[in-house]
Write a protein that binds this ligand. Sequence first.
Ligand SMILES: NC(=O)c1ccc[n+]([C@@H]2O[C@H](COP(=O)([O-])OP(=O)(O)OC[C@H]3O[C@@H](n4cnc5c(N)ncnc54)[C@H](OP(=O)(O)O)[C@@H]3O)[C@@H](O)[C@H]2O)c1
Length: 277
Amino acid sequence: MQRQSTVPEAPGPSLINVVVAGATGWVGSALVPAILAAPDLTLVGAVARRHAGQDVGTALGGSPVGVTVVPTVPEALAMADVLVEFTSATSVQGHVLAALDRGVHVVVGSSGLDPADDPRLDAHARERGLGVVVAGNFSLVATLAKRLALIAAAEMPGWEVVDYAAAAKPDAPSGTACEWAAALGAVHSQAAAVPVSAVVGHPQARGATIAGVQVHSVRVPGYVLSTALLAGAGDERLTIRYDAGQSPAPYLTGTLHAIRRVTSLRGLVRGLEQVWP
Ligand SMILES: NC(=O)c1ccc[n+]([C@@H]2O[C@H](COP(=O)([O-])OP(=O)(O)OC[C@H]3O[C@@H](n4cnc5c(N)ncnc54)[C@H](OP(=O)(O)O)[C@@H]3O)[C@@H](O)[C@H]2O)c1
């Protein structure tokens, strides 16, 4: 993938001290062992509320690893170079600010950071000489799908984004869909045949308008996460769709890569493609 960022870089440390917020969650419980197994990363903190006070290794059903789970992010940051954020859409912003205020770089996996807030967070990070990598999806395949969607959108006159996830997902659209919309909206503007404001019936059925792109969120049992670009031109249609599986494994390589890159960044970048490879 081509790197599009203009964010300045500085040399990072060779051994990186990492705190995982959301260490006992679906992603966090896979990320903790991956960090423990990485020779250049040291797990120095783990955050989650219900398992607070337990060793994180024990909390995940294994042997103790010498890191106690604490219930809040500030309590975990004393020795940290990087905070990795996989908690929830409601808590992510406070955690990012807490880390930046304590001189800690941040890798954000949680959905819920509005791309419209990126310039403010970018300035906040630059003032402190820190890096932030935000990616709605750390999967390399999802990142490839986004790249293909951008290529298609540049060639097609009209397109919309459909975001599928499990019924219980609390936020909408997904972080992946928000990022697709933000990137697609910069490709070219589309003149709607019928503006949303002029729709007869229920204009909400046309979805949310994000960065000028219509995004439709479907929340149905049985889905994990799928993101699709539906494009049309004349009498032809093209669909580019990413489908996540049941395991968090696809997100690990990209997250570990972002941890290694963020210490040398200054400011915020959004999208794994900004730091991959
Ligand atoms: N970027 C990506 O590639 C990617 C991939 C998958 C998921 N995600 C996003 O990542 C986030 C986490 O997903 P998940 O499926 O792992 O969620 P999850 O299974 O619900 O896990 C959330 C974790 O965060 C902890 N937590 C939640 N709120 C907290 C708070 N206020 N303070 C401290 N700890 C808190 C939870 O433990 P307690 O409840 O005990 O505190 C748990 O350890 C979601 O926003 C999801 O959409 C991103």
